[in-house]
Write a protein that binds this ligand. Structure first.
Ligand SMILES: *Cc1c(COP(=O)(O)O)cnc(C)c1O
Length: 436
């Protein structure tokens, strides 16, 4: 089976996660359950780091925490020595509660509120990534009022958008994020920020897409950013300390995704950066990247229990599990594809092709349209693979279903890092209405 090298089994032939039997996990922590192989997160981080170290390039790996943001996750990144991106007061709050070093936090977003910017300034986050003119003025106001200094980057849209297998090269980019380069808005923002006494522009940021499986989009991004830097160095004598290339590194969801090793991405990106910098007689800036999916996606598993089944002659049978779009909305939201295995026998010969459906009251609540599985019966545990990114972080209480627990497993031991919501949690913010 094509998924075989993407999971591990024990001597009973059961699926294991971080060395722990998946059936033991659901027995102990309940179902549905989100389980992470923490070693896998560490290995992915290390693969990116090794790429930079072998190429002898200064770098920062900043985990895009929107992919999966919890106290425990921030602790793991802190231990690895990485930085993080946050995109809201809530993510910032979680990171602060996790004891994450504030100097290693980058604050992103296209509509940060005044309160969020004040929170970022007060807590001395490392860098705010400026997205638009309104925000520049808002931040300038806050910094002036509080007499504070802040490092900033400008998010620019250099006109490269990468998709899974190809990229578009356009002049103006039709994105809600960042300053457009071609129309001169980026330069206007540059001039405005350079005039500020409170802001220090440490570099430029761009993000070209997600689930990218080829390096050429990044190479084009690097060339475009360096061409821009060259222009600004000629006109204004500017030399950035940092070029932040964003995230988007793709992972293996199904056999259709040819995952490029992290190190390969980095080696080729550094090469392109060096060549371009040399061409323009610039010092090579430090390279920052912001992987989200690539750090946590492949490390995460969604464990579900099989319940009902619907068979109609001539149609694909539906096998229903006890979770679905409430804990993983990606299939419903953007037709994301996944593979699944039977946790008790992931390597067993498939017996049938079924539709794996969720328990939510929506026809679109389908986890996998077509999946080949051995025979299943109620009570069996099915693992959907590579659900670690944008699964739990997008979870909702739709249908008033409590969100699952999350466990971290490593070296044969598992620990609950988010407890399962209770019915009481569901109504904890409800207030009764004084009926007239
Ligand atoms: C979402 C996002 C990322 C992470 O994207 P992945 O595809 O998860 O790697 C990185 N940077 C920015 C600015 C983002 O918006």
């Amino acid at each position: 089976m094509s998924t075989e090298k993407y999971y591990h089994t024990n001597n009973q032939g059961h699926l294991t996660i971080g060395g722990v039997d998946a059936l033991e996990l659901t027995k102990k922590f309940g179902s549905p359950l989100v389980a992470y192989d923490v070693g896998q997160i560490r290995r992915q981080y290390q693969a990116f780091a090794t790429g930079f170290e072998q190429a002898q390039s200064p770098y920062v790996i900043s985990y895009a925490s929107k992919a999966f943001a919890t106290v425990a996750m921030y602790q793991v990144i802190k231990q690895l020595g990485g930085h993080i991106d946050v995109v809201s007061g809530g993510e910032l709050y979680t990171a602060l509660r996790a004891g994450f070093p504030t100097a290693k936090i980058s604050f992103h977003g296209n509509n940060k509120t005044r309160e969020e910017l004040i929170m970022a300034v007060k807590n001395h986050v490392g860098v705010i990534i400026l997205d638009n003119f309104y925000e520049i003025e808002l931040l300038e106001e806050i910094l002036t009022e509080t007499q504070s200094h802040m490092q900033v980057m400008l998010r620019v849209t250099p006109g490269v958008t990468a998709h899974t297998h190809e990229y578009d090269q356009t002049g103006q980019e039709d994105s809600k994020f960042g300053f457009d380069v071609q129309s001169g808005q980026a330069e206007q923002a540059f001039i405005r920020v350079q005039a500020s006494t409170w802001m220090t522009l440490i570099g430029l940021h761009a993000h070209i897409g997600s689930q990218i499986l080829e390096v050429d989009g990044y190479q084009l991004e690097v060339q475009k950013l360096l061409a821009l830097v060259h222009e600004w160095s000629q006109k204004f004598g500017y030399q950035p300390q940092v070029l932040n290339l964003g995230g988007g590194f793709g992972i293996h969801y199904t056999a259709a995704d040819k995952e490029l090793p992290a190190q390969t991405f980095i080696t080729q990106i550094v090469q392109t950066m060096r060549a371009s910098a040399q061409e323009y007689h610039l010092d090579q800036p430090a390279i920052w990247i912001e992987p989200g999916r690539a750090l946590v996606g492949g490390a995460g598993y969604s464990l579900y229990t099989v319940g009902s089944r619907k068979d109609v002659p001539g149609l694909t049978s539906c096998v229903a599990v006890d979770g679905g779009m409430g804990d993983n909305i990606r299939p419903a939201l953007y037709q994301a594809d996944y593979e699944a295995v039977l946790a008790s026998a992931p390597a067993a010969q498939p017996r049938e092709t079924v539709r794996l459906v969720g328990r939510y009251c929506e026809s679109g609540d389908v986890l996998i349209k077509q999946v080949s599985l051995p025979a299943t019966k109620p009570g069996d545990v099915i693992a959907v693979l590579a659900t670690g990114a944008y699964g739990y972080s997008m979870a909702s209480n739709y249908n008033r279903v409590p969100r699952p627990a999350v466990v971290f497993a490593e070296n044969g031991r598992a620990q609950e890092v988010v407890t399962r919501e209770t019915y009481e949690d569901l109504i904890s913010h409800d207030q009764s209405y004084q009926l007239k």
